[in-house]
Design a protein around this ligand. Sequence first.
Ligand code: HEC
Ligand code: HEC
Length: 287
Amino acid sequence: MSEKHIDEISGVETTGHVWDGIRELNNPMPRWWVWTFYATIVWAIGYAIAYPSIPLITGATKGLLGYSSRADVTAELNVAKLAQAVYLEKIAALPLEQIVADKELEQFAVAGGAAAFKVNCTPCHGSGAAGGPGYPNLNDDDWLWGGDLQSIYTTVSHGIRYDTDPDTRVSEMPAFGDILEPDQIRQVAAYVVSLTGTPHDPAMVEPGKQLFADNCASCHGEDAKGGRDFGAPNLADAIWLKGSSETAIIAQVTAPKHGVMPGWNVRLGDTTVKELTVFVHSLGGGE
Ligand code: HEC
Ligand code: HEC
């Protein structure tokens, strides 16, 4: 069918195949290519002998070098765990002030606290800890119960109005719907509104001021700037836990709503609570 044929132009032998009169030159592979090819084969055989490679039923051949990537990872993890244990032991042993005084330790605690915050706290306080209605923003310096390390630690450990913990923070704003007349509630609400600089009818504000001094100042303070012993919010600023509208204020005074937060020391352990404290303290409002 086809016999040896030399291409006239290049002088190279062809493969003998003809497609529509077109023939293929039968050039040999370049030397360097062939040798590289052999080298890869030799390499592959060497590799298969030296390293685990051939799959068996319950594993693979071990290889002469006995290498295992799993053992490598385990070893690395152990080293990391040891390094962590050193930090965690220090956090467990040292008081909060000394933890934040040590930059490296503080960094470690903040990272650990941030991780624990993501898992446990974001459902209520938000992923950026900015809170929402009823849930305080933890980034600002407006604190209900206090923003120094010890106060934050107590809040996070024992929770707020968390019945199962005898050391929890408690306070209850009375339901003034049972104590004051509706008119008086409107007056005291008018006074509260006027505190944030929103003008309001003086005929309402004046009696409201007196009502406030008599009924509210004991918790919220004479100047309405809040009382941390009671977790009573500052009413003279633009930050509101429940709502800033007059309707919301009247609602809170008539029949107050109270926020509840679980205590975390039993669930997460003291070391994690310390890390969370350092993390929250580092967010910007720490005192
Ligand atoms: C179930 C919802 C909920 C979860 C989860 C939660 N919190 Fe709270 N947290 C609250 C509420 C509600 C308040 C405000 C309580 C009040 O009105 O006094 C609060 C208040 C706080 C305060 C006090 C703020 C201040 O101004 O004094 C801190 C600090 C705090 N939370 C930290 C945390 C940390 C850290 C976690 C995670 C370990 C967490 N919270 C998880 C609901 C929650
Ligand atoms: C026994 C202490 C106490 C007394 C007395 C009290 N409050 Fe409160 N008040 C609180 C606490 C605690 C909160 C916060 C509730 C919470 O954290 O969920 C609060 C919340 C509020 C809020 C909501 C603030 C916000 O940021 O959304 C308003 C408004 C308010 N009080 C007004 C008053 C007025 C007006 C009076 C007097 C008629 C009064 N309170 C008396 C403890 C008190």
